[in-house]
Ligand binder design. Structure first.
Ligand code: GDP
Length: 529
């Protein structure tokens, strides 16, 4: 197979949802279709359960699993499908945001009874901003839930999407009979038998065919015809271009647990989902078909074995081929690096590969060379954009609790921050270190890992900040900016890249600062354009 064919057949995507909507179950069923796993239960959920906050062993176990499930790849209809795992737990939202920079499209899973939930809203907002093509899967149709039309309204309103159904349920919950596949024009009847993997569908090109009554009964047939007519009138016709531009989101209905409606979703997905997309760097847009290799690190995962402190850096290939033992330029370090055992991912296993293509993810063993966002090329000086830091919501001073282990502590903090576990801010005034996180859980993870992986001890102290605002003055030399820095002296810090940050203590002080110093822009993410 040639280079362009290899690119054409790749589909790299992420599944996003609020916890418990069915992401893990859906992933597993997709893998079953690819023949990549033989049985249900093979994909481990990597979510952290409620109440396990202080249970470190649980956290560690979960993290161990999530290395293996970071990328799940399989072949289906001669397409190479890469699913990138996105943690659903809100404390790990930043991990998910970063992973979304490496996907070419997304499937959003929604629970039919719960509708649009908080995490879904946050994640879809990020996808919308980046114009990532999205498909919506409404799950758990075997249960009583919201009316399909109401739910689509909710999706449009709460998520700001424009939807069009490509399948539609016949009844729901106790009366759930199956789905009409608008995309393929056929009917799939629900038997409730989760063991059957490949469903038999009945072609229905003409919905007025009287066979419909025989199949599902007179009343449901009438209802379905009315509903399909309404869909025809109300929703836009599916348009692939609009979907690819992020302006139209097709909706599918089904039950992941019963492996029902999943094939419909997958068959449509492989047909319409984008092949690897071009990506912007600081100098130009890079196209996947370019011969020379380029890629970027979107995730770093620590080794679980404390005796080997190496890590795995996950690289998304943007262009060209990534080859084993070939030297590549680490742009930030201005250094050539070779990788003798790059990992590729297949189903729930990883293995060493000689060559990978755009859209693929390779896992590189790293002894501390990589930070999230780093770019690798065949020599070109450029860096990929789009991995911003978001303002944390929790802030604490970190103190050294064992004076003999100061070096270990520093190294540990440094490496954990490179992994993106949390963000470090150094106060301008006194060089004290403040750790900012998305959730309180991270503080315990950091403390535990510092102790077990680096032999260092830390303690925390509250730091009264509300948000981190990256500071962007219109004119760094003007009097107003100097005045701002002087008045806010106590709250000024540098992030780990040396960018200036204002650690505001309240919404009010952000508003006051904006009023008083209009030429000093305050941003909630570290990337300004
Ligand atoms: P995740 O947190 O989004 O990964 O959700 P899971 O896949 O772990 O599913 C959460 C719960 O919902 C589990 O108990 C699943 O068995 C259940 N579940 C998933 N899909 C369905 C479905 O189609 N119908 C029903 N009734 N339950 C489902």
């Amino acid at each position: 197979m040639g280079f362009t064919e290899e690119i054409e057949r790749r589909r790299t995507f992420g599944i996003i949802s609020h916890p418990d909507a069915g992401k893990t179950t859906l992933t597993e069923k997709l893998l079953l279709f690819g023949g990549a796993i033989q049985e249900a239960g093979a994909v481990k959920s990597n979510k952290i359960k409620k109440g396990a906050t202080s249970d470190f062993m649980e956290i560690e176990r979960q993290r161990g699993i999530s290395v293996a499930t970071s990328v799940l790849a399989f072949n289906y209809q001669n397409k190479k499908i890469n699913i990138l795992d996105t943690p659903g737990h809100k404390d790990f939202a930043e991990d998910t945001f970063r992973t979304l920079t490496a996907v070419d499209s997304v499937i959003v899973v929604i629970d039919v009874a719960k509708g649009v939930e908080e995490q879904t809203e946050k994640l879809v907002k990020v996808c919308r901003m980046r114009k990532i093509p999205m498909l919506v899967f409404i799950n758990k149709l075997d249960r009583e839930g919201k009316d399909a039309f109401d739910l689509m309204d909710e999706v449009e309103q709460k998520l700001g999407l424009t939807v069009t159904p490509l399948s539609f349920p016949i009844g729901m919950g106790y009366d759930f009979q199956g789905i009409y596949n608008i995309w393929e024009k056929n009917i799939n009847l629900f038997s409730g038998d989760s063991r059957k993997n490949i469903e038999e569908t009945i072609a229905f090109d003409d919905i007025d065919n009287p066979e419909l009554e025989k199949l599902i009964g007179a009343k449901p047939a009438e209802t379905l015809r009315e509903e399909l007519e309404l869909i025809n009138e109300v929703y836009p016709e599916f348009d692939r271009e609009a979907y690819l531009e992020g302006n139209l989101q097709p909706v599918f209905f089904g039950s992941a647990l019963n492996n029902f409606g999943v094939r419909e979703l997958l068959d449509c997905f492989v047909e319409i989902a984008p092949t690897p997309r071009p990506k912007d760097s600081d100098t130009r847009t890079v196209s996947p078909v370019e011969e020379k290799f380029s890629g970027f690190v979107f995730k770093i995962h620590a080794n679980m074995d404390p005796k080997h402190r190496d890590r795995i850096a996950f690289v998304k290939i943007v262009s060209g081929t990534f080859e084993r033992n070939k030297p590549y330029l680490h742009v930030r370090l201005k250094k050539n690096l070779k990788f003798s055992s790059p990992n590729a991912f297949f189903a729930e296993k990883k293995e060493i590969v000689d060559i990978s293509y755009p859209g693929d993810i390779v896992g590189l063993h790293d002894t501390g060379n990589f930070k999230i966002g780093d770019t690798l090329t065949e020599g070109e000086q450029m860096s990929f954009k789009g991995i911003p830091s978001f303002s944390p919501e929790h802030f604490r001073y970190i103190n050294n609790a064992d004076p003999l282990k100061a070096k270990q502590l520093e190294k540990g903090i440094d490496q954990l921050m490179d992994e993106g576990v949390a963000q470090l801010f150094t106060l301008e005034m006194n060089n004290r270190k403040v750790i900012g996180t998305v959730g309180a859980l991270q503080y315990e993870v950091i403390q535990y890992r510092l102790e077990h992986e680096y032999g260092a001890k830390c303690s925390y102290e509250n730091f009264p900040a509300y948000k981190a605002c990256w500071v962007k003055p219109d004119d760094p030399k003007n009097e107003e900016f100097a005045e701002f820095k002087r008045i806010k002296q106590k709250f000024m810090a540098k992030d780990k890249y040396g960018q200036l940050v204002f650690l505001a203590d309240s919404e009010f002080s952000i508003q006051m600062a904006a009023q008083k110093f209009p030429s000093v822009k305050l941003m909630f993410t570290s990337e300004f354009d």
